[in-house]
Design a protein around this ligand. Structure first.
Ligand code: NAG
Ligand code: NAG
Ligand code: NAG
Ligand code: NAG
Ligand code: NAG
Ligand code: NAG
Ligand code: NAG
Ligand code: NAG
Ligand code: NAG
Length: 861
């Protein structure tokens, strides 16, 4: 009750404040004379015209049918949701184009190169990849017999398909053997998706692109075997049928192949690639043809006199909305308003503003800020006042509000977070949804994501080539052809093709003057309708947010970035926050538990230029942040734990259960992408036993009841097996090193990963420390032997403090009985495949191979 009173009181104070502000502002600004500017008249334009459509080729287009997928086993089964892109080193960054494109499936993409020809060392174990894309078919063609056999074996076993791009003239021979004839630089015409192909889904069948320009040379295939079915067809200059993309459904080698003769620089090939990915990806992207689109006109009143909307423009906007409703189900433009700017134009524009509010009911409206204010410059009370001010304006003019939606001027305060903005939004407008381009970063666009904070859903926002300032037909940056390319298969087209949810940001200027916005959207919709089966829809932002997070539930959790590392975000921080005292760790020891991580950290800290965080009492001194129990406390909480001095070149965080926590690598790499990751690897057999002893010591009832040997001997299905499942998993799973390390490699390059052999560290800590120190780019001239000593009684090394040894706590280096020989045998055989996989992985990525591993494999095969 008290709280409610206080809030009400604040609102009153806020309103008074705001009104005063308005009065002063008005007095001051009313005297400024509008600047005369040249206006450009509305430019009539022709709409994109679709070539004749043959409706007898209409596709069945309900939700993507399960049988559409080449391999209908669910992704989450035996293979991991991860795509392998075998890329070239010197391909003029074509691999980046492909990677960006594939990334829209929202699963990790691992880029690998095959250096040299003939050999394959991709560690194709345990279904690591669900789809393989060769940037260059040549790499595939030149694999030697054994390597090809291994690859095909993997693909057959795990039902994985191969997509490849043919772009090397020498591949003709291999292709010919496989029933494909390749021809380069053919004058291709009449491109269309094959009416009988099972692959096109987004791509619309029955419409033919008649390229007749004399310079339209493309690379094509002639299909000379019933193995191959065309996906995207064309005719050559002799009217002979050819294909740009073709499918081999595995009649010959049991593996499905899709080959591309042409790069994805043509929009139809682009659609074909997206369809190929959908076809082979087993539904991972949970795809349907429903794509949701919202077009915000952020600042409907904001604009200098002379650049604002006129009465005609408002009519045109209403008509445009009608037009777009034919293409986007239930379409409504959404208009963002800052009341302060109402009627701040010249007399004609001011009349137009009146016409617009008289027609207010024809649109949806959402609040911006009273005066286009920068949220981060204000505290809660002031924000509340500014919003209340805008709310009164809306009430005055009866604007039909999308109350649940709001946008912050210049994205400020949405991300990086300005808590008062979220509070005031909830309080004044009951905002539930907003959108931004800034999370986690503006670029790359394919990685823009959503999150939920303070019960407000933040959705990603996209650009469309029209920005805050007015663009004109005659003065579009680098020419209007640029915008036209973007519409007719370029960036704007791809944005809608690849995002199932698109919120565009636009501004009023481009709906006036020569009305470039109408040209842009009308043409884009006509183009999409012609060439795709997408079902474009408009829904209220709250509905869109629900659908979005239903599709991408993992995005609900906000992943903190380091705003100080992004120049844009630095400028967007709350006014009284600076980056000057920001010292995040540059090294993280991630575990796993019971491998000596505490000792490693303590010893490293003896170095004068290494420090760590302040201890956290309630979680074994560890921060347990990324993917852990403290993550919800946010970036500031974490950053605040590090107070290094100037000489501290290395700042380390250690949390021993990061290693096997599936949520950690993504969260950690989002905030500390440059960090070095230290993984301590002990023989998993020893690690498991040590962990078992550890929980026994802490009186875990199950561990007290059963011996280690029993724990690994119970047969699945037995009552004991069930009873010990949890313990067994926690004991054994962290030792599946390859599985966990592989996940880290999805987010960190191998050059940032440091493997420390635990067992060497235990026996020869000085040597291990020297190695680590040099990997951390600290000069190794620090002599650890003068700062540490062997303590006989403990059986290990301790640091020296004030001339005396200072050892780790009693819980560390505990002694216990040796493992029973049968337990050891069982564990050895349990871990053998995991250790073999680890060896493969370490070799593949040129990481250090621990001595114990070599020994283990020597003995256990
Ligand atoms: C439409 O496609 C059908 C089936 O392929 C074909 O028989 C017919 O001739 C086509 N019609 C036109 C106008 O091209
Ligand atoms: C098609 O393949 C057959 C045998 O595989 C070959 O004899 C013939 O020349 C090929 N035709 C073309 C046009 O390449
Ligand atoms: C490949 O396609 C042919 C012809 O369409 C079909 O008979 C065969 O069953 C398909 N094979 C596979 C493995 O899908
Ligand atoms: C796919 O999306 C639907 C709703 O669009 C949702 O119910 C379902 O759980 C999603 N499936 C997966 C595997 O994400
Ligand atoms: C920064 O400003 C916010 C309000 O805008 C306030 O809550 C916070 O206490 C301020 N922080 C500091 C360090 O002054
Ligand atoms: C979010 O909503 C839930 C339930 O509607 C409520 O319990 C919770 O306190 C809200 N959280 C915030 C930060 O407002
Ligand atoms: C630690 O840093 C200081 C200041 O940069 C430097 O003078 C010193 O040599 C460094 N010490 C070691 C052991 O690297
Ligand atoms: C053990 O668990 C499995 C699956 O959870 C169950 O089917 C089985 O009946 C359980 N066995 C016993 C003996 O409790
Ligand atoms: C507020 C508003 O104008 N809503 C409209 C959104 O679009 C649908 C479908 O055209 C209309 O029925 C609504 O009236």
């Amino acid at each position: 009750m008290l709280l409610v009173k206080r809030i009400k009181c604040c609102i009153h104070v806020g309103v008074a404040f705001g009104l005063l502000y308005l009065l002063l502002y008005f007095l001051f600004h009313a005297r400024i004379k509008p600047v005369e500017r040249q206006r450009f008249k509305a430019k009539p334009f022709a709409l994109y015209s679709c070539p004749a459509v043959n409706n007898s080729h209409a596709q069945h287009l309900n939700a993507l049918p399960q049988q559409h997928f080449a391999y209908s086993t669910p992704w989450k089964g035996e293979t991991e949701a991860r795509i392998l892109l075998v890329s070239e080193v010197d391909s003029m960054r074509y691999n980046k184009v492909l990677r960006d494109f594939i990334s829209y499936l929202h699963v990790p993409v691992r880029m690998e190169t095959i250096l040299g020809f003939g050999k394959l060392s991709l560690s194709l174990v345990r279904g690591r990849f669900s789809l393989i894309v060769f940037e260059n078919y040549h790499r595939y063609a030149l694999l030697n017999e054994d390597a090809k056999k291994e690859l095909h074996e993997y693909c057959r076993q795990h039902k994985v398909g191969i997509i490849s791009f043919v772009n090397h003239p020498e591949d003709g021979k291999t292709l010919a053997q496989n029933g494909l004839k390749m021809a380069q630089q053919v004058q291709a015409t009449d491109l269309q998706f094959d009416p009988d192909s099972v692959v096109p889904y987004v791509g619309r069948k029955g419409v033919t692109l008649p390229i007749r320009s004399p310079n339209s040379f493309m690379n094509v295939f002639y299909l000379n075997s019933t193995r191959w079915k065309p996906i995207l067809n064309c005719l050559d200059s002799n009217k002979q049928p050819a294909a740009l993309v073709a499918l081999d459904n595995g009649t010959a080698d049991g593996v499905e192949h899709i080959v591309f003769a042409h790069k994805i620089d043509h929009f139809l090939v682009k659609i074909a690639f997206w369809d190929a990915l959908l076809y082979m990806s087993r539904g991972v992207s949970n795809y349907t043809l429903d794509h949701y689109i919202e077009i915000d006109i952020d600042d409907i009143f904001v604009g200098q006199a002379g650049s604002r909307l006129l009465e005609d423009d408002i009519d045109a906007l209403i008509q445009s909305q009608e037009f777009l409703r034919d293409h986007i189900e239930n379409f409504n433009y959404t208009l963002g308003f800052s009341g302060h700017f109402f009627q701040r134009g010249d007399p004609v524009e001011n009349r137009a503003d009146e016409v617009l509010v008289a027609n207010a009911a024809k649109f949806y409206w959402f609040p911006h800020m009273w005066h286009h204010n920068h949220a981060t410059e204000y505290d809660y009370t002031m924000l509340q006042a500014l919003m209340t001010q805008n709310a009164l304006f809306a009430e005055n003019f009866n604007l039909p509000l999308l109350k649940s939606y709001a946008v912050s001027p210049q994205h400020l305060g949405v991300y990086p977070l300005h808590e008062p903005l979220y509070q005031a939004w909830s309080e004044v407008w009951n905002v539930k949804v907003t959108s931004t381009e800034e999370y986690p970063h503006l670029k790359p666009a394919w990685n823009r994501r959503g999150f939920i904070h303070h019960n407000i859903s933040v959705l990603p926002r996209q650009t469309c080539g029209l920005f805050t300032h007015t663009h004109f037909f005659h003065a579009y940056p680098d020419g209007i052809k640029n915008l036209q390319r973007s519409i007719h298969g370029g960036d704007l087209f791809s944005t809608i093709l690849l995002n199932q949810f698109t919120i565009f940001m636009t501004h009023q200027q481009n709906y006036g003057n020569d009305r470039l916005a109408l040209y842009t959207f009308h043409n884009e919709m006509a183009f999409l309708k012609c060439w795709t089966n997408l079902r474009l829809k408009w829904v209220e932002p709250t509905v869109m947010a629900d659908l979005y997070f239903e599709k991408f539930p993992s995005q609900k959790q906000l992943l903190y970035t380091n705003p100080c590392a992004d120049p844009r975000h630095r400028k967007m921080l709350t006014a009284n926050v600076t980056c000057s005292d920001n010292h995040l760790p540059n090294v993280v020891i991630v575990g796993p538990q019971k491998t000596g991580t505490t000792a490693l950290l303590e010893f490293l800290k003896i170095h004068p230029n290494i420090t760590s965080n302040e201890p956290v009492p309630d979680s074994f001194e560890e921060l347990q942040f990324f993917g852990g129990s403290h993550y919800h406390l946010g970036f500031d909480w974490y950053a605040d734990k590090f107070k290094p001095k100037r000489e501290h070149k290395v700042v380390i965080e250690k949390t021993a259960n990061y290693f096997d926590n599936p949520a950690t690598p993504l969260a950690l790499s989002t905030m500390l992408p440059e960090a070095k990751i230290i993984v301590m690897i002990d023989n998993p057999v020893e690690r498991a036993y040590s962990w078992y002893q550890h929980v026994r010591f802490h009186n875990d009832p199950v561990a007290l009841k059963y011996s280690m040997e029993e724990l690994v001997s119970f047969l699945p299905g037995s009552a004991e097996y069930n009873e010990t499942t949890r313990l067994r998993l926690r004991c054994l799973k962290p030792g599946h090193y390859a599985e966990h390390l592989d996940r880290w490699l999805d987010y960190f390059p191998p050059s940032q990963i440091i493997i420390v052999d635990s067992s060497s560290f235990k026996h020869e800590p000085l040597e291990s420390l020297d190695k680590v120190i040099s990997r951390l780019d600290l000069k190794p001239h620090f002599d650890y032997s003068r700062h540490m000593t062997y303590v006989e009684k403990k059986g290990f090394y301790c640091g020296i403090q004030n001339g005396k040894p200072k050892c780790l706590g009693a819980g560390k280096g505990r002694k216990y009985d040796d493992m029973h020989v049968y337990a050891r045998i069982r564990l050895n055989s349990y871990f053998a495949p995991h250790n073999r996989a680890l060896y493969g992985l370490l070799t593949r990525y040129k990481l250090d191979i621990p001595f114990w591993l070599t020994q283990f494999l020597h003995i256990n095969g």
